[in-house]
Design a protein around this ligand. Sequence first.
Ligand code: PHE
Length: 387
Amino acid sequence: MASVSRSSRLSFGLLIGAMLALTAVSCTKKSATNANEILIGEYGSFTGSEATFGQSTSEGLKLALDEQNAAGGIKGKPIRLISLDNQGKPEEAAAAVQRLITQERVVAVVGEVASSRSLAAAPVAQQYKVPMISPSSTNPKVTEVGDYIFRVCFIDPFQGLVMAKFARNELKNSKVAILRDVKSDYSTGLADVFKAEFTKMGGEIVGDESYQSGDTDFKAQLTQLKGKKPEAIFIPGYYTEVGLIARQARQLGIKAPLLGGDGWDSEKLSELGQDAIKGSYFSNHYTTESTDKRVTEFIEKYRKKYNGKTPDGLAALGYDAGKILFAAMERAPDATSKSIRDEIAKTKDFTGVTGMITIDAQRNATKSAVVVRVDGKVNRYVTTIIP
Ligand code: PHE
């Protein structure tokens, strides 16, 4: 009796399994061959310690997608977006792009935010000759991977100069320390630029300590740096660690302002850092305090779609990346990856929410940066730096 019911349950289970497998196959097949829609892919950190990066980017991209589809898609065909989570892991990022291209058959890919993950996945896009647009990876090496890899943001040699200038000329600092994430291409690259530029301006780097993404105790490094009496500490990391570092720095009695780059941009920064991060400065791609009509309209549309949420820089860049991709798809004579690539490369004077975007011969964008001051949940606009 028992064995009969178990075997019937088993065969029922097998049947369901087989049906599910069939549906999965037919879904993929359908998505690969449906001539009535155009598929594009997106990969990002929708979960993990940089989850707001992936989520914000995706929200911005989806807003651009909605607008494009509402206006008739591309030459009458709707665009469908397939989003894959990489949990913030470089190896998962590469696997996601592999799957988007070989199984889902997307014609273009948007992603990633973090440079290390873009660097892991870009060779896959380049190998299959499918254009990839990173909305926000700022490490120079990303687009050097090949002629199918683009970005719509500025790069770290500029961002590092911006913060070095700000520390030297605005804050009048002469002794600054650095705390860098050695597991992140973004962090080490930006730290090196800052160091070189600040030193060139006559400043002195009095300490240069390191940590690894995922660390939670930074007291040893901070104690080292405190002994060097820096007037500011440059921490080109991501918000999760920076929030903790700020609190531990204050606990140790360090009063110097903290300085950072775009990796600080998250609503979680002030939640994690609380009062400890208040009054610190970072460079970013856009400011919500802009009075430019394009920006205020974007903020309004975004808030309407996402329950009153204010878009961060990543959302703005995700939106701009989508707009640029769709404009290229509209201009392209057909929906092949090659034609789309060629049109992305021709992007010129595109007025985005994050500024004017022209894709140069190195497939990068030359744009201005803003410096903001952390003030509780809002980041106050301080200044704009033009390249
Ligand atoms: N520029 C960062 C990197 O390359 C990513 C980032 C961009 C994070 C914008 C936050 C905001 O890794």
